[in-house]
Ligand binder design. Sequence first.
Ligand SMILES: O=C(O)CCC(=O)C(=O)O
Length: 263
Amino acid sequence: MLGAVYRRFRYTTACVEIMIDNAMALEPYDLQSETHPEGVVIRELSERPRLYLAQQFLTDHECAHLIRIARPRLVPAMAYNRATGSGQQVYNRNNTYAMLSYYEDEVVSAIEERISKLTGYPKTHSEAIQVLHYNPGEAFLPHYDFFPPQEPGFKKHLEIMGQRMITVLMYLNHVTAGGETDFPKIGIRVMPQPGSALVLHNTLDDGEPDMMSLHAGSPVVEGEKWLAVTWIHQQIFPITNSRLEQEPFRILKSGRSDSLFFG
Ligand SMILES: O=C(O)CCC(=O)C(=O)O
């Protein structure tokens, strides 16, 4: 890509090459160290898929704020149709979600900034934050977040915004029972811990999808679950800033398919 600069940052034992579209001097957190200066504690959970937990990533105030602004906007959640690449309501999740705007307010902007530091990617590579809500019995079945390159429906996504490389899941509340984020291929289940951010690399170092990144939102058994999520792309993500009209959903909206399992 023209004008791209490459820089390296260390991820425990591995060295990861990431691409940044301008020469912005980002200082990603040093994941070698247990604690960074602002008090976020990084715990590595898995090397493959690359998975780590940033504890104390959000303050109580930020968690409460995200829930408060999302609550009145909740609508049935969607996922990408594997065949067409369009966003639509699907059988593999029955929860609700709210789409926030970029730079929605000062609190959201500060979180966007922190995510950029955590992942090492400029804010321009992120989708707008979504807030997910699950009631008892609601779940998101096992799925991948990367765009499957072999599917014609995703060709446009890959051209426009590049691969969805990283998923950042931010837990906003304590769930009484259930609601873990499950990684069935590696036997890890992450309990929602308010304020923690779970960072999942959906691709390998060479940008190819990591088939080990399969994950699910387990059914909530008791209480409710609030989660904020965003995805970091290989390229700049096109900003539309209209909550329910985010680019992939808007331009690629089309019919139904039975083969849906990409989140
Ligand atoms: O609810 C969860 O724990 C997981 C959500 C998820 O898998 C996603 O948003 O891609």
